[in-house]
Design a protein around this ligand. Structure first.
Ligand code: AMP
Length: 204
């Protein structure tokens, strides 16, 4: 059923983690959520790709991991994320996409937000099965120009890394009563409506 998201102005910051395996639609949905809720979208994958396209030392380092579908080391990723958050104190909140991907990253994020007297409002997982993800990423690889989207073996490795190292972040925030799951297969609008329904509970 298609629900219409209500326009809402929040008195408090909303800090969301958009969670799910690679190819689950986080980027697509984040772009829509940013407009709806006036949040800053921070995708660590996009930040690394920006560095990579400018051939910076950080980009060159990140490439060696990204090309294999492995995670860039926590220390490097956390410091890049911190710089981005600190550069934008004016926003109503953040959508973290592709971060945190490990428990130490989640702990670092909580600490960073706590320094600013903030916290994560909700983690929402887009639940999409492996075969769907592989098909979506291979299709995206045809025109995205992303090396890590063109090879089925690397895509499966990324999914494996997600299950082994990242899925536990869901449990980390579940222990704080903040994790939710949304069915991530269907029309973009229906999935967006499900996400909005979760977010609208935050300050309801
Ligand atoms: P994404 O665009 O989120 O699929 O990320 C692409 C690649 O960037 C990943 O496969 C990792 O190599 C790297 N990456 C992005 N975010 C992170 C993160 N939070 N921690 C470690 N590596 C990351």
């Amino acid at each position: 059923m298609l629900q219409i998201c209500k326009e809402q102005k929040y008195s408090e910051m909303i800090n969301l983690i958009l969670f799910g395996p690679p190819g689950s639609g986080k980027g697509t949905q984040a772009a829509k959520l940013v407009e709806r809720y006036n949040l800053l979208h921070i995708s660590t994958g996009d930040l690394f790709r920006y560095e990579l396209s400018h051939n910076t030392p950080l980009g060159i380092l990140a490439r060696s991991y990204m090309d294999k579908g492995e995670l860039v080391p926590d220390e490097v990723t956390i410091s890049m994320l911190r710089n981005k958050v600190e550069a934008h104190p004016e926003v109503d909140g953040y959508i973290f996409d592709g971060f945190p991907r490990t428990t130490p990253q989640a702990e670092a994020l909580d600490a960073l937000l706590a320094e600013r007297e903030q916290s994560i409002s909700r983690l929402i997982m887009l639940d999409v099965p492996e075969e769907e993800v592989v098909n979506r990423l291979l299709a995206r690889g045809k025109d995205s120009g992303r090396a890590d989207d063109t090879n089925a073996e690397i895509i499966r490795n990324r999914f494996g890394v997600y299950q082994k190292e990242t899925a536990q972040v869901f449990d980390f925030y579940a222990a704080q009563g903040k994790s939710a799951k949304v069915h991530g297969v269907g029309s973009i609008e229906d999935i967006f409506a499900s996400l909005c329904a979760e977010i609208d509970q935050v300050n309801a």
